[in-house]
Design a protein around this ligand. Structure first.
Ligand code: SF4
Length: 431
């Protein structure tokens, strides 16, 4: 998903990172050319995105969160957020929203400098975050374009009943498909959808293999700082394409080689040294200080072996795959299962299983106050994980794309004390 701020010679990148960067840049360029090529544009969110369905109508996808985080990595988001605040948005509002609104107010140039077209449709898959709805209400006013909401019930009881699934499928059939046919002028072909889903399932299989390679010691990947690159194509405009399938096959091959050689992850400064701490991390990264943040971990020998953020655009590691035999039902199930649509008990169970399956030394939360969807209940999860696993939990605070909330000295001190706490627990256990 992220594109590094600036390609410099002293930054080490896996070849898969370069490949995913090229794919995501190509999508921004496609967006820039959409009008002259007469293609329709749909803006949609990462969680619950219906990429396989959208591709059946030859539309180009614009993903506002991906734009916001890419602008964060390019250090542009601070100015954009301030612009949105001058326009009246409060400090507490999700900073992805403000970075997006600020981008619009500043001429709507996307992260790679192309002017972004006015969308023909705002397609909101409502998967657990109330801010999504408010964000698209603002965009609807700004762009004066058509809006559709796919309402996905929250998994309050932790289960998907047949009537819940039917409710979502009916909206896809009766609302979304006719709207997309009308806007694009392309007739829906279910066999085309099945073909995209076949590709999705292959890519999902390889992605899961890569993420689960972190069960090894040492882990050949960092499942958070490296993981956010790995999820890029599958969480954005590429899930369901042969290009994404190839990307994940190549990524898997790269990681297989590292694993066979007993190597750890590649960091921006080269191979990581000794693996000293294995962590499970909850919450998003601080995109504006991505490399500085990552360095605070690998300098201490800390590797993230599992993360919840790499599940926001779909949880695939408990068996879900897009199913070409039941395409619409499977789209509904994909939406139900996105991390933000899961209740607190389910989120806690997932973290607990990661702590055990990946033999983690600790659980760390990076809390972002402006992301209500993530922050709500985090302390509860933290206490519960401590009590269920007996492993130390830590808590730091940053922001997604607002550089004002990244206090390097404070975070470094907190992390250092947290690693000392893990050391202490280990020596007590060994005594
Ligand atoms: S509140 Fe969180 S989940 Fe919701 S849009 Fe903002 S960053 Fe995304």
């Amino acid at each position: 998903m992220p594109e590094p701020a600036k390609a410099t010679d002293d930054v080490r990148k896996e070849s898969s990172m370069l490949k995913q960067k090229a794919m995501i840049t190509a999508n921004h360029q496609r967006l820039g050319r959409a009008r002259e090529e007469g293609r329709k544009v749909v803006s949609t969110f990462i969680p619950g995105n219906l990429n396989e369905l959208l591709m059946c109508f030859d539309v180009v996808s614009n993903l506002p969160e991906a734009n916001a985080l890419a602008n964060g990595m390019r250090r542009r988001s601070g100015d954009l957020i301030r612009e949105a605040e001058r326009f009246g948005h409060s400090e507490d509002v999700c900073t992805y929203v403000k970075a997006d609104i600020g981008m619009f107010l500043e001429g709507n140039l996307g992260p790679t400098g192309e002017a972004l077209p006015t969308p023909d449709l705002l397609l909101l898959s409502y998967t657990g975050c109330f801010t999504f709805m408010k964000w698209f209400e603002l965009l609807r006013d700004m762009y004066a374009c058509e809006t559709k909401m796919l309402h996905v019930p929250y998994l309050g009881d932790g289960i998907v009943t047949p009537s819940m699934r039917e409710y979502v499928v009916r909206q896809i059939k009766e609302e979304l498909i006719p709207t997309l046919e009308r806007i694009s002028g392309v007739k829906f072909d279910i066999d085309r959808l099945r073909e995209h889903m076949r590709e999705s399932a292959k890519a999902e299989e390889d992605l899961v293999w890569v993420l689960q390679s972190a069960r090894n010691q040492p882990s050949p990947i960092d499942a958070f700082f490296g993981g956010v690159y790995y999820i890029g194509p599958i969480f954005t405009a590429f899930r369901g394409t042969p290009e994404a399938t190839d990307y994940y096959a190549a990524l898997r091959h790269e990681v297989e080689e590292r694993q066979a050689a007993g190597m750890g992850p590649i960091t921006p400064e080269g191979d990581m040294g000794e693996e000293r701490y294995r962590l499970v991390v909850d919450g998003p990264p601080a995109w504006t200080h991505f490399r500085e943040f990552w360095k605070m971990f690998y300098d201490q020998g800390a590797v993230v072996v599992a993360s919840t953020y790499t599940k926001v655009g779909g949880v695939f590691d408990f068996g879900f795959r897009h199913d070409p035999d039941n395409p619409l039902e499977s789209l509904a199930d994909y939406c139900f299962g996105c991390f933000g649509n899961l209740n607190m008990e389910q989120r806690t169970d997932i973290v607990e299983s990661y702590m055990n399956d990946y033999q983690a030394d600790g659980f760390l939360i990076n809390s972002v106050k402006s992301c209500n969807s993530y922050a709500a209940g985090q302390l509860l999860i933290l206490r519960e994980i401590e009590s269920r696993t007996g492993k130390p939990a830590g808590f730091i605070e940053t922001d997604l794309v607002d550089p004002r909330y990244f206090s390097a000295a404070n975070i470094r001190t907190r992390l250092e004390s947290y690693f000392e706490m893990i050391d202490q627990k280990r020596s007590v256990a060994a005594a």
